[in-house]
Design a protein around this ligand. Sequence first.
Ligand code: ZN
Length: 133
Amino acid sequence: MIRIEHIGIAVSDLTKAEEVYGRLLGTPSYKREAVESEGVVTSFFQVGPNKIELLESTREDGPIAKAIAKRGEGIHHIAFEVADIRAEMARLKAEGFQLLNEEPKRGADNKLVCFVHPKSANGVLVELCQEVG
Ligand code: ZN
């Protein structure tokens, strides 16, 4: 793994959270992007070499809505940048980690992504992400 690429935070009101994080970080969100397949709208902030990704659900049964119903707003996942997502998925599988998707899928911010089950990683939902051209 190369580095922590971003930290994902589940929020119930994206516009309000963008205002809060804009003040907290001293820089505004630089982009919003919807990911239809996941039922989310995301908003990104650059913090030095890393990012904060705010996620608001667009569906009542979406993963972010479920997470907020269960645990409230807060840190949802930690994303690690990888050079070769398929190789990293194979490595983690061989190490006994449970992957939530068998194939890399298209995520926000021009990335291929794969999630690792929190049960495999001490309660943390881990995202692998690889930049695509
Ligand atoms: Zn993410």
